[in-house]
Design a protein around this ligand. Structure first.
Ligand SMILES: C[S@@+](CC[C@H](N)C(=O)[O-])C[C@H]1O[C@@H](n2cnc3c(N)ncnc32)[C@H](O)[C@@H]1O
Length: 294
């Protein structure tokens, strides 16, 4: 921002907009507004300005390596009437590989096989599509692959997106949202019964509790406190959601370490314990604190 005056006006406008969309109980402060503004700049960043840590083109192999072990098999099993949603897809490279690189899932690369694949939907706040996205889409049936942008996960309705058998989020909205419980609620509305959500978080207190915050004198990247202020592990919060079976696994081969999550929907009356946003610090991914509502 060139002058403090313009910066202040922009912040005031953003504050008004964010107040309109954030939960009224969320902690609001000029500091959080400023951090949200910085985060928006990271999301929009292009070329040399894009921070090194903001990776937007992970391959399907990267997804299979990073996400819980069942993901590759679940994707391989999907048929033409099934649907895969990738939240925070960046360039959508994983979806493009699903169509163009059948060897990754162990199928022979034939036109016939392409025709039996699931439909795939990518969501990204910013439009990161490259020429390969358009050429791949042009070679497939209409809407076989779709790319939605300009909105956050919470702004979509089921009517627009429909239901999915597999949902993934590799350092997308689950890591970046400031509305973690609303985000999870939307994911589970979109997930079909018996469907699976595969995701991860960097630098959190793991279920086994053996890890410390990765950076000395810093907190974990995502923290949840109970209503009385005591620590709640992300895994425990996920496991407290009704109608889901959750597995959590700490992986220390990542730096910082990640905890990987498989959330399997087993019945329909899902209730996600609501969280209040307490603080948010821009980053790749951001630093977030939440507290369980009473
Ligand atoms: C770091 S990139 C990750 C891209 C891709 N998953 C990869 O690993 O290469 C983050 C992605 O998450 C998206 N994102 C962040 N917050 C989101 C939200 N609340 N809803 C939907 N997408 C979100 C961004 O727009 C971007 O596409």
């Amino acid at each position: 921002m060139k002058t403090p005056g313009i910066r202040m006006i922009v912040l005031l406008i953003l504050q008004t907009l964010w107040l309109g969309i954030s939960h009224s109980a969320d902690i609001a402060s000029p500091k959080i507004d400023e951090e949200m503004f910085k985060q928006e700049e990271i999301l929009k960043s292009e070329g040399e300005i894009r921070p090194e840590g903001y990776v937007i083109n992970r391959s399907l192999s990267d997804y299979i390596d990073a996400l819980p072990p069942g993901f590759g098999g679940a994707l391989a099993k999907l048929g033409p009437n099934d649907r895969w949603l990738d939240i925070g897809a960046g360039e959508g490279q994983a979806i493009l590989d699903y169509y163009n690189r059948s060897d990754v899932l162990g199928h022979s690369q034939t036109q016939e096989r392409r025709g039996t694949k699931a439909r795939a939907v990518a969501i990204s706040i910013e439009d990161r599509r490259q020429p390969l996205w358009y050429s791949t889409a042009a070679g497939l049936e209409t809407n076989q692959i779709q790319y939605f942008f300009n909105k956050r996960m919470r702004d979509y309705s089921i009517d627009v997106l429909g239901k999915f058998q597999v949902i993934t989020d590799l350092l997308g909205g689950f890591s970046y949202t400031d509305q973690l419980s609303s985000f999870m609620d939307k994911v589970l509305q979109l997930l079909d019964l018996k469907g699976s959500f595969y995701t991860l978080l960097q630098d959190v207190k793991s279920e086994v509790g053996t890890n410390k915050p990765y950076y000395e004198n810093s907190p974990y990247l995502t923290e949840i406190a109970s209503a009385d202020g005591s620590e709640v592990k992300v895994c425990s919060w996920l496991k407290s959601i009704t109608c889901v079976e959750v597995t959590c696994e700490l992986r220390t081969d990542w730096k910082p370490p990640v905890e990987i999550y498989h959330v399997h929907k087993v019945c329909s009356t899902v209730t996600v314990p609501a969280l209040t946003r307490m603080s948010y610090g821009a980053g790749t991914p951001p630093e977030r604190r939440f507290q369980l509502k009473k």
